[in-house]
Write a protein that binds this ligand. Structure first.
Ligand SMILES: [Zn+2]
Length: 473
């Protein structure tokens, strides 16, 4: 009877093996090194000896690895670590159960090991396919990270702002854009330790920055340091606020394509240097279109070579990087008058829209006083063919302002001016079709939207020298 049952079972097994040849013999072949998992969950009836035999490992090693006081006492459902092949770091590695939103890349980043080493040490063939609850062997943690769930409407940028974390750090840890309910990770209690020495705080904001505007890099260091940034093939040295605070500006042409760019930061300290790449998100912004009809004697001023020569002269003046800062943000308006044309408007002078308005126009009557929006030194004060009577003021830290089409110039090159001081009068000189003030603001030798500077767009601490230029009364 019993014998007949066994035969029937064997016959059934043989039949099944014929139907499912891969399945029937799977357990007959010991798992290879490549297939061996990092852990084994003890099934009912298994012993340490049977497990060791199954994976082709030594019982003593298995007992030691799992710190088993009595190798006979293992329990069904218990997770055992399996030894790793030679050549993999494992001395004090611990089993870690994969939590919500944890990825292999994240674990690797936290462990300080590269992704491939970690995958090999765990014999994970496809690190993209690790699942929630899976056990992964990890070296002792070098960085603490916490997992959060994103509320509706949250972006990586708003998270960075709300949690007072550098945007680049959030972006680096969370590569995909967020959606409501998505898990995201942030540096935990040891957040400040994740910034490479000597950096203790770092922001590049506001972001995204609208093209045609400026954004600010703010760096705090543990010891005296210097820094520089490189963006769009332009390198700018940082300006020093005090022994541990440095600032640099990123200024973007309104004609730049929107998208993600890179700001390469280099920090030099005590003979050493570190480099970091920071993401720079550029938003398209909205710009108007203006067609300007120029006729008669004014059209002569549209001569290409004449315009270029004048432009080159201004570029040379605007290419200043004065290390002292005389301005405090936000700046004042140079006149109290209605705006008739905004910065960045695409302009056509009787042709294609191949140029843009490089300043802000205020409609104001001839003779209206023009006041310095911040302290600084006059670096240009003369009559120009296209821009008419023009003034340029250097406010320090690469911030230069310009005032065109004036009827009267009240300052000379080299003069120091204070905030609110009258420097000239509104007029209609040069290439101008009516009395107005054209106000321009340059940062890193490029025109940017001046209206950004009359708002508190970034918390820059008061300047030691602001409103206290050398020869002011
Ligand atoms: Zn203008």
């Amino acid at each position: 009877m019993r014998r007949g049952f066994l035969l029937a079972t064997l016959a059934l097994l043989l039949l099944l093996s014929g139907l499912f040849p891969d399945v029937a013999w799977a357990y007959a072949v010991p798992p290879t090194e490549e297939d061996r998992p990092a852990t084994h969950t003890v099934a009912a009836g298994e012993t340490l000896f049977s497990i060791a035999k199954r994976y082709g490992v030594d019982v003593t090693t298995l007992a030691q690895l799992n710190a088993l006081p009595n190798p006979r006492q293992i329990y069904a459902g218990e997770t055992l670590l399996l030894p790793l092949p030679e050549g993999y770091p494992r001395a004090d590695w611990q089993s870690h159960t994969l939590a919500l939103a944890e990825t292999f890349a994240l674990l690797a980043q936290r462990s300080g090991f590269d992704w491939l080493t970690l995958a090999r040490a765990n014999r994970v063939l496809n690190p993209e396919r690790v699942t929630l609850g899976q056990s992964i062997l990890l070296p002792p943690q070098t960085t603490s990270l916490t997992v959060h769930i994103a509320p509706a409407g949250e972006t990586r940028l708003t998270l960075a702002l709300r949690h007072a974390l550098p945007y680049w750090q959030i972006a680096q840890l969370n590569s995909a854009p967020l959606y409501a309910g998505a898990a995201w990770v942030a540096p935990g209690a040891a957040a400040s330790n994740t910034l490479p020495y000597p950096i203790t705080a770092l922001t590049l904001g506001p972001q995204p920055v609208t093209r045609g505007e400026a954004t600010v890099l703010s760096l705090e260091t543990a010891e005296l340091a210097n820094c520089s940034i490189t963006y769009l093939d332009q390198t700018e040295a940082c300006y020093r606020q005090d022994a541990t605070h440095l600032f640099a500006f990123v200024s973007l042409s309104p004609m730049l394509d929107s998208g993600e760019y890179k700001v390469a930061l280099t920090v030099q300290y005590a003979g050493s240097e570190i480099a970091l790449d920071l993401p720079l998100l550029v938003a398209p912004g909205r710009f108007g279109y203006e067609r300007i009809d120029v006729s008669g004697s004014l059209s002569q001023l549209m001569d290409a070579s004449l315009m270029e020569a004048e432009r080159n002269a201004l570029d040379a003046v605007a290419d200043l990087r004065t290390q002292q800062r005389y301005w405090d943000a936000p700046l004042d308006f140079p006149v109290q008058a209605a705006i008739s044309s905004y910065f960045g408007s695409r302009r056509s002078y009787g042709g294609s829209y191949n140029t843009y308005h490089s300043g802000v126009d205020f409609r104001a009557g001839t003779g209206t006083p023009v006041r310095a929006p911040a302290a600084g030194q006059v670096v240009l004060a003369q009559k120009l063919a296209v821009r008419g009577n023009a003034i340029m003021v250097d406010h320090g830290w690469g911030l230069i302002s310009g005032y065109w089409h004036l009827s009267q110039i009240d300052v000379a090159v080299g003069d120091w001016v204070s905030r609110g001081q009258i420097i000239g009068r509104v007029g209609n000189t040069g290439l101008s079709t009516g009395s107005h003030l054209h106000w321009e603001m340059w940062v890193d030798a490029k025109p940017v939207n001046p209206l950004q500077w009359v708002e508190p767009f970034f918390p820059i601490p008061p300047a030691a020298n602001a409103e206290a230029a050398p020869s002011l009364e």
